[in-house]
Design a protein around this ligand. Structure first.
Ligand code: HEC
Ligand code: HEC
Length: 278
């Protein structure tokens, strides 16, 4: 901001300041003050994050996740993505715990800019400042949570096809193996390639289709759009099911029962719902 302002002062309309002190004109002071007011964060909490203090940023992110950012219409992320960021597999709300802050930030910006079509999310994040987004992205990148039970239909006959697409691709149709970019067993390659292992089948299918019909169009270089548009319905189903059947990366051990950490991260009544945890 300051750099822009300096460049503005140096532009041909405004010749470079002469040596020696030069009184600030009244309009310049006015401009400076309005610029300053413009960049002031709207709420006290946002200011805590702007000092670059990681802990303060995570705390702000936690607050936003649990309560929203205080603007009308902003809903707590936890209402949909649940407190532990595990999502709701039954309705295709994705797990976001442990995705990288870079990826989460980019997706939310995409929703704001409209390059990622998301009627649910857009209302929620419409009024988010960049520091709000950074904070909540950082927060969820630090949350670890076990995989939740995915109630969608599991068709064993699709599993070999899904596995083949995931691991080897369909080279006769120029479809590369998903793990080339999504990492070994779909566990992601930080910071830009999201993990897709252990994400719900409903969500995965929906997103692949969303790339194919270009509702989601800010994937770098159109990498995913190109691939998704070549997949047939049965293949989408198979590969989504395959990745949904795997374990998400680095989801951590479940903390001791009743420990504050467990209460914070998995307050949900997981009652036997989680699978594959150590
Ligand atoms: C009203 C429900 C709802 C709320 C509240 C909500 N989300 Fe979402 N979110 C969704 C749905 C549904 C999707 C996936 C489908 C889509 O893109 O529309 C999603 C997708 C996402 C994604 C993309 C995940 C991925 O793997 O690409 C991120 C990141 C995300 N939400 C973060 C947040 C954050 C952070 C908040 C709180 C500030 C939040 N969401 C609040 C419903 C919600
Ligand atoms: C050339 C690299 C590349 C390959 C190969 C690739 N992807 Fe992706 N994929 C990406 C990138 C990059 C993103 C993130 C896009 C974004 O930021 O919106 C992504 C995102 C996704 C998402 C959305 C994840 C989420 O959390 O919302 C799904 C689902 C997905 N890919 C499935 C697949 C499947 C299935 C295959 C194999 C058929 C595959 N990808 C192959 C690069 C790739």
């Amino acid at each position: 901001m300051l750099r822009l302002f300096r460049r503005f002062l140096r532009s041909p309309l405004h010749p470079p300041p002469q040596r020696g002190p030069r009184p600030i004109r009244r309009w310049q002071a006015f401009l400076l003050i309005s610029l300053f007011l413009l960049v002031l964060p709207p709420a006290g909490v946002s200011r805590a994050a702007s000092d670059g203090n990681r802990e303060a940023e995570i705390a702000l992110g936690h607050l936003i996740a649990m309560k929203g950012n205080g603007f009308a219409g902003s809903t707590a992320c936890a209402e949909c993505h649940r407190i532990n960021g595990g999502g709701m597999p039954s309705v295709g709300i994705p797990r976001i715990a442990g995705q990288t802050a870079t990826y989460i930030y980019r997706e939310i910006r995409g929703v704001q800019k409209g390059t990622r079509f998301s009627p649910f999310m857009s209302r929620v994040v419409r009024n988010f400042s960049k520091s709000d987004i950074r904070a909540v992205a950082l927060y969820y990148s630090t949350v670890r949570t076990p995989k939740l039970h995915d109630p969608s239909e599991f068709d064993p006959s699709l599993q070999p096809l899904g596995r083949r697409i995931a691991r080897r691709g369909l080279w006769d149709r120029n479809i590369p193996a998903c793990i080339l970019c999504h990492g070994e067993d779909g566990r992601g390659i930080p910071p830009n390639f999201p993990y897709i292992a252990g994400q719900s089948k409903t969500y995965l299918m929906q997103q692949i289709k969303s790339f194919a019909v270009v509702d989601r169009k800010d994937d770098p270089e159109g990498l995913m759009r190109g691939i998704a548009s070549k997949l047939k319905n049965r293949e989408i189903k198979a590969v989504a099911q395959y990745f949904a059947s795997l374990t998400p990366p680095d989801y951590g051990k479940i903390p001791e029962k009743n420990s504050p950490k467990r209460l914070r991260l998995i307050p949900e009544n997981l009652n036997g719902k989680e699978v594959n945890h150590p």
